[in-house]
Design a protein around this ligand. Structure first.
Ligand code: NAD
Length: 479
């Protein structure tokens, strides 16, 4: 890594503990904090990263080998890249090897905020009811052995217990994942677990921990081995853990920090007393459109989002979905022009230098559908709207999971960490209606929803017989 530093790393204290040091955290929160740490009076808001899973070994080792610094390439829509050297992560712990250090850090008085990017599925909420899942081996383990946790719920509970014993005051848990009302969802998941494990701690948490809602936005692809090579060649820096992302960035946070917060407004973060309109706009338009385009694009043979966005039929499909299906359910947040927002989204998806992976958008659909698609689908059903585009999406999702081959005959890998044998049976069932009983959809009774089921069954057949491309071409002709 280069020798130029913007600030003195030695003087920094960690006021933030972050769990889930994935690509998004390193392109978004760490980017904002990196800028903020230039202000001397903000020097106590460095980040202590925590990798919780065994699969985080490479991230932990690569970052540790380069003093926790890494490069972030911000890819402009105008084709120009900006290189940033990020030094906001001051400490890094790997829970698999250093569980006690993680627990002590949660109880460290300097830590005032725990931020999370642990994916939509990481909150362990049922995909159809959104209630906490007890039937889970590691959760059961953590209930029985509170001092030797394995899950994030066990770690947070034991860390907070130590904090309470040390009498160093409460803290804020700030979810930065794409969930509806992510603070409320985090509160539900953590307090439900803690209430079962330790009732006294539950009462302490109620009075000493706040869970603000937040909306986070910056498209950050997965960094593949080829990307590492490409990015290092461009930057001239031998970085084992580079990250790249788009130039757009937004973070809107409910101003509810029980133990104080960094002055992030200085670097462009928005604080508000109500995040809901922002979060609704982002999940309903950006994330839902990402999901809408993902399976059809994969089946049509695209592997890169920018290339899929060059396809007239895919662009028309997304635009019609945003305008006709979703916009009626998205009140514009104050100061936002929705038409401009949607136009910018189309440009962002088409950003050639980001060239996001279609496979990333397809991944973990079981966790994404309940958050991105189902809430508005319910509203669309209630309003008697045309459900044909959502029917295409769900038919494409079934085809994607069942056949593992696209229109061109090429295969692809799927990444569905929460898929069960029961789900697989429903996917493989010859009757396409059986698929509508997988967890994201089962409570919606879509098989009995006339305006949906006929379209869906028809599209399942047509995707199989005619291919995704033909289905999309006819769809775009009809508008
Ligand atoms: P990533 O795969 O790079 O990182 C995922 C991180 O989550 C890893 O550090 C992993 O250890 C952690 N994790 C996963 N399951 C966990 C669990 N059960 N307990 C604890 N930690 C767990 O993915 P990413 O791109 O960093 O995205 C992570 C999340 O950030 C997304 O799921 C989404 O909610 C949010 N987000 C991502 C983007 C983006 O463009 N990538 C944009 C906005 C929001």
């Amino acid at each position: 890594m280069g020798n130029q530093h913007n600030f003195d790393g030695e003087r920094m204290n960690c006021g933030i503990l972050h769990i889930g040091v994935g690509n998004f955290h390193r392109a978004h929160q760490a980017f904002f904090i990196n800028q903020l740490l230039r202000d001397e009076d903000q020097a106590n808001w460095g980040i202590c990263g925590v990798c919780l899973l065994a699969s985080d070994k490479n991230t932990f080792q690569n970052l540790t080998a380069q003093n926790l610094r890494y490069t972030l390439t911000v890819c402009g829509r105008d084709g120009r890249d900006e290189l940033h050297e990020i030094e906001a992560i001051k400490e890094l712990l790997w829970a698999v090897e250093q569980p006690d250090a993680v627990l002590d850090k949660i109880a460290d008085p300097a830590i005032k905020i725990i931020t999370l990017t642990i994916t939509e599925g990481g909150y362990n909420l049922d995909k159809s009811t959104q209630s906490f899942i007890w039937d889970n081996e590691t959760v059961e383990h953590d209930l029985k052995r509170p001092s030797a946790p394995k899950t994030i719920f066990g770690f947070i509970a034991e860390g907070l217990r130590r904090r309470r014993e040390k009498q160093v005051g409460g803290l804020t848990i700030l979810s930065c994942d794409n969930l509806q009302h992510n603070g409320d969802a985090a509160k539900q998941a953590f307090t439900t677990f803690i209430a079962e494990q330790d009732e006294d701690l539950f009462h302490w948490v109620r009075d000493h921990v706040s869970f603000p809602n937040s909306m986070v936005d910056r498209i950050t692809p997965t960094t593949t081995a080829q990307d590492v090579e490409r990015l290092n060649k461009k930057s001239g820096i031998a970085d084992k853990a580079p990250v790249y992302c788009e130039d757009f960035i937004q973070w809107v946070i409910e101003d509810n920090f029980i133990a104080g917060r960094p002055a992030l407004e200085r670097v462009g973060v928005e604080f508000t007393d109500n995040v809901e309109p922002f979060e609704n706009m982002k999940l309903s338009l950006l994330n839902a459109s990402h999901t809408l385009l993902s399976y059809p694009s994969m089946l049509k043979g695209y592997r890169k989002v920018d290339q899929a966005m060059q396809d007239e039929d895919i662009r028309a499909f997304i635009k019609t979905f945003m305008d006709l299906d979703i916009t009626p359910h998205v009140p514009a947040p104050k100061g936002t022009d929705l038409e401009e927002y949607k136009q910018t989204l189309v440009e962002r998806f088409g950003n050639k230098s980001v060239s996001d992976q279609v496979s990333r958008l397809c991944g973990d659909g079981l966790s994404k559908f309940p958050v991105y698609i189902v809430p508005n689908l319910k509203k669309m059903i209630a309003a008697g709207q045309d459900l044909s585009r959502v029917a295409i999406l769900i038919a494409a999702y079934r085809h994607y999971l069942a056949y593992l081959k696209d229109d061109t005959g090429s295969s692809y890998e799927i990444n569905e960490p929460w898929l069960t044998q029961q789900d697989l049976d429903l996917i493989k069932d010859e009757n396409p209606l059986a698929f509508l009983a997988i967890p994201p959809f089962k409570h919606l009774n879509l098989a009995d929803e006339k305006g949906f089921a006929e379209h869906y069954v028809n599209y399942v057949k047509r995707i199989k017989n005619e291919g995704m491309g033909t289905v999309l071409a006819n769809q775009s002709l009809s508008h």
